[in-house]
Unconditional design. Structure first.
Length: 204
């Protein structure tokens, strides 16, 4: 299943591309036209998303099994692009078992990072489904940007939550799996007569 946003398409679950591990992009090919075109299409798709508005999008969500996602925490925020990302340090959440894509980087040591209380998450590929998920409040991530530059940065707050959600997409994980792992709750949303959002709990 999928739905259109203008000329672009969001893939909806269940779909195989959302459950498989995405393939890395050759670092030498990051600046190629086809990769830039993909990223531009992802930005257009995220920008066009409504009800709800999107704050992040991974390539598998537009049917491309590639290790790239974008984030835009607010309407005024610039797009941030993450290619071949590797989350280096988290607490209690195993998001990464692979060695970094960049051979210049050595394995970082484990760092204890506090975990946020459960917050409500949604997903453009799971329309009207929401869930309580606990994410780490800070993460360390290595990645390439769309110009082919390598970065290793620490992110905190809302952007850290977005990154963890989108990074899960690259590993074939949708947020309901995190809800189940954490014994959280899932909800289905709908509008009442006043146009207000109503959330009904889904039995798991």
């Amino acid at each position: 299943m999928c739905y259109n946003l203008g000329m672009l398409t969001i893939v909806s679950a269940p779909n195989f591309v959302l459950s498989e591990k995405a393939k890395p992009i050759n670092p030498k090919g990051i600046t190629e036209k086809k990769v830039k075109k993909l990223i531009d299409e992802m930005k257009q798709t995220l920008q066009a998303a409504r009800n709800p508005e999107g704050v992040g999008l991974a390539a598998p969500q537009i049917g491309k099994s590639l290790q790239v996602f974008i984030a835009k925490p607010s309407t005024k925020s610039p797009f941030q692009t993450f290619i071949n990302p590797q989350v280096r340090t988290l607490n209690n959440i195993n998001l990464n078992t692979d060695k970094p894509q960049n051979p210049r980087e050595s394995e970082s040591k484990s760092v204890k990072i506090s975990e946020d209380p459960k917050k409500l998450e949604g997903c453009l590929s799971l329309k009207d489904v929401w869930g309580e998920v606990s994410r780490s409040s800070k993460i360390v991530i290595s990645y390439f940007d769309e110009e082919g530059n390598f970065h290793k940065r620490t992110f905190g707050g809302f952007i850290a939550t977005i990154i963890q959600h989108e990074y899960d997409h690259l590993n074939g994980i949708l947020f309901p799996k995190r809800v189940l792992e954490q014994n959280g709750k899932l909800f289905k949303s709908h509008k009442n007569k006043k146009g207000e959002d109503i959330f009904d709990e889904i039995e798991i």
